[in-house]
Design a protein around this ligand. Sequence first.
Ligand SMILES: Cc1cc2nc3c(=O)[nH]c(=O)nc-3n(C[C@H](O)[C@H](O)[C@H](O)COP(=O)(O)O)c2cc1C
Length: 358
Amino acid sequence: MWPDRRLIDLFKTEFPIVQAPMAGALDADLVIAAAQGGALGSLPCAMLSVEKAREQVNIIRQRVSAPIGMNFFCHRAVDADAGREAGWKRRLDRYYMELGLDPAAPVNAVNRAPFDAAMCELVEELKPEIVSFHFGLPDPALVRRVKNAGCIVMSSATIVKEAIWLEENGADVIIAQGAEAGGHRGMFLTDNIAEQPGTFALVPQVVDAVKVPVIAAGGIADGRGIAAAFALGAAGVQIGTAYLRCPESRVIPAARTALAQAGDDSTVITNVMTGRPARGVANRVMREVGPISPDAPAFPHAATGLAPLKAAAEKLGRVDFTNLWAGQAVRLGRDMPAAELTRALAGSALARLSQLAG
Ligand SMILES: Cc1cc2nc3c(=O)[nH]c(=O)nc-3n(C[C@H](O)[C@H](O)[C@H](O)COP(=O)(O)O)c2cc1C
């Protein structure tokens, strides 16, 4: 039995496991499979239009009868700064030359728009059971509308201060995102990545500071990690990296190989890929320009200059400019269908918990 049933009762899922939303790495297929396995499936919407997000939710609803989560970024959008963009392009010039690309050719801006009124209307129309945010919460009026639509609201905290702020501003569940986690740091009250605790230190301190259920995220990839999260006081786990090698993910073959070959020391936090710190397997541009560069334009504009390089390198089967977001437990990943993986994670966690109880 699960030692804490608050999340299962709240979400009405079989297991207290959230398949992490991972923008760009998955779509409806993985959400459906994770939900069929008993997890809360989460659709990342940060890189989707309203129409595409609606289409994806409809596909999920047609294929599985389970609660679903929709996930959005809620950063404060800043306009691209032409001077900074030009400096960034100059920094990347040698790669453009190497790949035979024209650095002056116009590039379509990479779209990672924050949650807005149009997406809020979609949430009101679709009424997903859960809505989660990354980078804080949107404007209070939008949070109220999401809650009035009957959705449970969650967001990530990287330090205790953020967890308290989220609870005070309407979050029903807090995801404590330890430094081990793959993808963007969900930070919004700090920009100091060095001061953010790992999962083991963060979770119990967040649990002590808030009344709402806490989900542990970051570096959890098997039953041992899940059992440890419960021992620390979490009511559930959010797992990202471990789902990336599932056949249902949208990870391209060359990136899959990089993930499969990664070890415990392969990931770093970088701002080079998008302008915001995120953890991923180090690729060539992260190593040569970063991992942290003061020249990277603000989120998400750093990605714009990289987009042509990424496309050209991927055609050659290379991931030199591709986001390889992954957490520190990447090596524990397995090539396994997502439903099967979910059941294996839950089964091994329960076995480990009963072993520890005995
Ligand atoms: C490839 C990838 C993409 C991610 N994209 C998102 C996202 O779109 N929204 C979000 O809230 N979190 C995102 N995250 C962070 C996850 O929600 C979660 O914090 C993280 O995966 C947990 O750590 P783990 O990867 O070690 O399991 C992403 C993580 C990864 C690995």
